[in-house]
Structure formats: structure tokens, C-alpha cells
Design a binder for this molecule. Structure first.
Ligand code: KG4
Ligand code: ZN
Length: 343
């Protein structure tokens, strides 16, 4: 089975072709981040309009790159939520129209399921069951994955998502949007011993997170040192202290989650999963727990079409597809999904 995947839930237009036997054949991404940088955040209407401009040329490009024609395509997968409704509608309407005109089945894909399964595109691929840490711009979840499609949320953030905390703290540090990668780079020059930020909610049991206080801590530290002569040094040291606190907190909760579920495999997903300090720390942690950590390559941590083509292919192989209607959802609980039937 060969599937085209379309991702348009936020500010990246992603298209990919995944073949169940041959693997990923081609993938392309257009990031809108430079367009939104001027506003220090995603402007939904601009995002939708840009997806309209980009999506069909990207489809043509991946088909050319994969050396495939419509006759060899067996289905179309598109992100149906959660995300920005106008942006989602672009992928849904293009996906549905292509499917209708070519007489192909189309399947709506849950964006977070795409993220969770992205590590399965890599080799060696993790096998179920595993614990997944999903850290993106909008979500911070610990998920017990018994099998593909069955997701039990065992921990969640009570306020900001990790990516959001990275982005807001980056803004305080005068870094361009999106802040995560820029903050990571700045933190490399920082002194880990100068400031110590709190590790939120680690002193009480459970797998819940809270990240909004860290951003405030960063703001107060910058305010307290506003007369410091070396502002660049200060920014790097604050970035380092913030990142260390986030990485530490996530590691503590991942260790707890592995122990509570008695599972040994940890799968990391979502944009913040591209962070090198986090990858290194979680790799060590899983090893200490007698297990193993799995990560998608950095470009598949952030939004992309490959994860949607892959998740859609699994669902189409399981006999799932829907007819008509642009069924997009701004909100869509991950644990409402049905297990994927074996293909
Ligand atoms: O998964 P994603 O691409 O989009 C959502 O579905 O939200 O995640 C984007 C988030 C942004 O907040 C971005 O700043 C963060 O992931 N991010 C990073 C890094 N790369 C992306 N955060 C920390 N370090 C990075 N290297
Ligand atoms: Zn995402």
C-alpha cells in the first residue's frame, strides 16, 4: 500500500509518500516560520493562506521525487486535528478532493498520533508496548502505548506546553520565533553553575507537569540582573538554566513513568524532541533503567508529512477510511481513538 500524507495543522505544509513495503519514498516540507516571525507567533489566517499556495506544488514535487504516478497511489491521509481549523481545512479539502477525483480512499489522521508513531519510521523501530513522551508547541503528554491506536494518557501539563515555555522564554531572551532551536543554541554558551531554576512538581508524586512558572522565573532573573554589564553572558546563562530545568524535570517524570508502567522502552516525539540536551539525557536515563530510548530524526520531531503518511497507511491497512465531509477538529482527545486493526 502506498499513501500520500498531508500535514497542514499549524505553520508547516508537509507532504510525503509512504509505502508499506518500501518505506518512506519522498517527503517535502515548507515552513512558514519566517513569515510568522514578524508577529512572534503563528497568525492563523496567514497560515491558512500559505498552505493554499504551497500544498499542491508540494504534492507534485513528492510524486516526482518518488517516481510515482497516481496509478500507484492507494490512499490519501491528511491531518484532521487538533490544530488551527482554517489550516486543517486546507489539507482536508485538498486531500478529500484528490481522493474523490482519483477514486481513492481518504483517512483523517490525528496529529498527535502522527507524532507518537514517527519514531516507527526509524530503524530499529520501537515495538509496543512503550511509554511515549510527547513534547510539542501545544502539548506535553506522557502516554502509555499498549498498541498502535490505543493511547492512555498517564501525565499531562497543567498549564504551558514545554514548546510554549521554550518559545515564551526565548522571547524574553530577545530570540527570534520559533524560540526552541534558538534557545538551545544560546544555552550551549551558558554557564550551568550561575543560576539554578526550580524543577516544577517533582517533589510530589504523579506524572503531571507545570511549565509556566519557569518562564516567570526566567523573567524575574532577567529583571533582577537588568543592570548587569554583560547582557549576552546573562542571556546565555539564563537560557542554560532554563533548559537544564526543563530537561531535568522531563527526565524525572520519564523515569517515574517507566517505573510505574514497568515498561522499558521510551519513545520521544514532538518538536522539543529535537533538542539535543534532552535526547542525550533521555538516552542515558532509559539505559540506567535497563531499557532503551527511541527518537525520530530531528526533522520528524517537528511537524512533517511523513508521520501523517505513515499513521494514515497503518489505518488504511486496517481497513479504516471515511467518506465525504471535511471532518476537521480544533480539539480532539488522543485517547478517543480506536486501536488500529492489524493490516
Ligand atoms: O511538534 P511541533 O513542530 O509543532 C506542534 O505540533 O506544536 O513543535 C514545535 C515546538 C515549538 O515550540 C518549538 O520551539 C519547539 O517545538 N522546538 C524546540 C526545538 N525544536 C523545536 N524546543 C527546544 N529545542 C529544540 N531544538
Ligand atoms: Zn506537531
Amino acid at each position: 500500500m502506498r499513501v500520500i500524507g498531508l500535514e497542514t495543522s499549524c505553520d508547516e505544509s508537509g507532504v510525503a509518500i509512504y509505502d508499506a513495503r518500501e518505506g518512506l519514498l519522498a517527503q517535502r516540507l515548507h515552513s512558514q516560520s519566517r513569515m510568522h516571525a514578524e508577529y512572534a507567533g503563528v497568525v492563523p489566517e496567514l497560515a491558512s493562506r500559505d498552505h493554499v499556495r504551497r500544498i499542491l506544488p508540494l504534492v507534485t514535487e513528492v510524486m516526482r521525487e518518488a517516481g510515482t504516478g497516481w496509478g500507484q497511489i492507494d490512499g490519501i491521509a491528511y491531518t484532521a486535528g487538533p490544530g488551527l481549523v482554517g489550516a486543517l481545512l486546507v489539507g482536508a479539502s485538498v486531500g478529500r478532493s484528490l481522493a474523490w477525483s482519483r477514486g481513492l480512499p481518504a483517512v483523517p489522521v490525528h496529529h498527535l498520533e502522527g507524532h507518537l508513531l514517527a519514531a516507527l519510521l526509524e530503524r530499529p523501530a520501537p515495538v509496543c508496548p512503550f511509554v511515549a513522551l510527547l513534547v510539542s508547541g501545544g502539548h506535553t503528554l506522557l502516554v502509555k502505548v499498549e498498541r498502535a491506536g490505543r493511547y492512555e494518557i498517564i501525565g499531562e501539563t497543567l498549564d504551558d506546553a514545554v514548546g510554549e515555555a521554550f518559545d515564551k522564554t526565548a522571547t524574553l531572551l530577545d530570540l527570534p520565533y520559533p524560540g526552541g532551536p534558538a534557545l538551545e543554541q544560546l544555552a550551549r554558551a551558558g554557564d550551568p553553575a550561575r543560576f539554578s531554576f526550580p524543577r516544577p512538581m517533582v517533589d510530589r508524586p504523579g506524572l503531571e507537569f507545570s511549565f509556566s512558572g519557569l518562564k516567570t522565573f526566567a523573567a524575574n532573573t532577567l529583571l533582577g540582573y537588568r543592570h548587569a554589564s554583560d547582557r549576552d553572558r546573562l542571556r546565555a546563562d539564563v537560557a542554560r538554566a532554563f533548559q537544564d530545568a526543563v530537561v531535568d524535570t522531563l527526565a524525572i517524570k520519564c523515569r517515574r513513568a517507566l517505573r510505574a508502567t514497568r515498561l522499558s522502552r521510551l519513545v520521544v516525539a514532538g518538536g522539543v524532541g529535537a533538542n539535543r540536551a534532552l535526547r542525550q539525557r533521555l538516552t542515558e536515563l532509559a539505559r540506567e533503567e535497563g531499557g532503551e530510548a527511541f527518537f525520530p530524526r530531528a526533522e520528524f520531531c517537528t511537524d512533517n508529512g511523513a508521520m501523517i503518511a505513515f499513521a494514515g497507511c497503518l489505518r488504511l491497512q486496517g481497513g479504516e477510511w471515511t467518506r465525504g465531509g471535511f471532518d476537521v477538529r480544533a480539539r480532539w482527545p488522543l485517547d478517543a481513538l480506536q486501536a488500529i486493526a492489524p493490516g
